[in-house]
Design a protein around this ligand. Structure first.
Ligand code: SAM
Ligand code: SF4
Length: 322
């Protein structure tokens, strides 16, 4: 068994987020520009075999949990085959998806035991969904979420809150947890290239809680180690809600994440503007393990070493994978 991946701050890195593709079938305002993004040339994207080889290398180095993300992971043509292959690996498997294509894949997800799903949804109203995503898939997404709940999936709903766009949705999302066994997570809007982030558009953790307090009384739940969410529940409700406060209260101290992108590069921090190419060395038959170890060693204590992440330059979220 290889030595696990520790950084210089003693954080063990055993959670790999894999972006299967840079492409997406939605155009969420906080993530992708209307015209889409410039995609990497096809030859710079990992084939299925290369991606699985790299993932296996991380598993050998102690990765225990893998989350598939993107872009939209399910728009990758061989996403199904990748899920089948990963079902055989000794890891806990999860996925973040916009749920547009879930009905086409649900049987496969069940077979693979991939029942931990994070679904992005920023509005419970069709018009606001269209405004947030610039696409008309609201009914499809809602029927797919119903399907996932009926089939007993463990569902978290990710809702990015943007001032002037969807704060009014917050109470409706909390009310949704009354009868549904879901966990709704409100996410602070983060800056990435091309998403027109402004401080004023970010609704903070404290403000989100104020919105909720106007309508509900709630209790704090215990959070798991490495959890990025602060969890709460309205007493008597089946589900719960939480806030991911990446901007106002960072959780870097317990970070255990590595991000592998569709082009075979890794990022040691979501906010880092540098990345480490693993695909070229893999194609050149060079050892990849020392390159991975060096990238983890280079990880900074918090937010890629920046004092002010709102001034960062970085890729779009859709190429990094959330
Ligand atoms: N397409 C899939 C989806 O939307 O669930 C997976 C990829 S998406 C980039 C992963 C997560 O990142 C989503 O939950 C999305 O809400 C979140 N995200 C994207 N841009 C963000 C931003 N600027 N601030 C906060 N969260 C963001
Ligand atoms: Fe696509 Fe997800 Fe980004 Fe929305 S958040 S544009 S669904 S990658």
């Amino acid at each position: 068994m290889a030595e696990p991946l520790f950084d210089t701050y003693g954080r063990k890195h055993d959670y790999l987020r894999v972006s299967l593709t840079e492409r997406c079938n939605l155009r969420c305002r906080y993530c992708m520009p209307e015209e889409g993004i410039e995609l990497s040339p096809r030859k710079h994207i990992c084939t299925r075999e290369e991606l699985l080889w790299l993932i296996d290398e991380f598993i050998r180095l102690g990765v225990k949990k893998i989350r598939l993300t993107g872009g939209e992971p399910l728009v990758r043509k061989d996403a199904g085959e990748i899920i089948d292959a990963l079902a055989e690996r000794p890891v806990s498997l999860a996925m973040t998806t916009n749920a547009v294509l879930i009905d086409r894949h649900i049987e496969r997800l069940k077979r693979a035991g991939l029942t931990n799903l994070n679904v992005s949804l920023d509005a419970l109203d069709a018009d606001r969904f269209l405004m947030m995503t610039r696409r008309t898939n609201f009914d499809k997404v809602m029927s797919n979420i119903d399907l996932l709940i009926r089939e007993g999936f463990n569902l978290k709903i990710n809702c990015v809150v943007i001032r002037g766009m969807n704060e009014a949705e917050i109470p409706g999302f909390v009310e949704w947890t009354r009868n549904q066994p879901i966990s709704v997570r409100f996410i602070e809007f983060m800056p990435f290239d091309g998403n027109r982030w402004q401080t004023e558009k970010m609704v903070s953790y404290a403000e989100i809680m104020d919105h909720i307090r106007e309508y509900f009384s709630f209790e704090k739940l215990e959070d798991a180690p490495n959890d990025t969410t602060k969890h709460y529940r309205v007493p008597g409700y089946r589900g719960n809600f939480g806030v991911i406060s990446s901007m106002t209260e960072h959780f870097c101290g317990s970070c255990n994440r590595i991000r592998l992108m569709a082009n075979g590069a890794i990022k040691n921090c979501l906010f880092s503007d540098s990345e480490t190419d693993l695909l070229t060395p893999l194609r050149n038959n060079e050892a990849v393990e020392p390159i991975i170890r060096q990238a983890i060693t280079n990880k900074k204590a918090k937010h890629a070493g920046m004092d002010n992440i709102s001034k960062q330059t970085n890729r779009t979220m859709t190429t990094i994978g959330g």
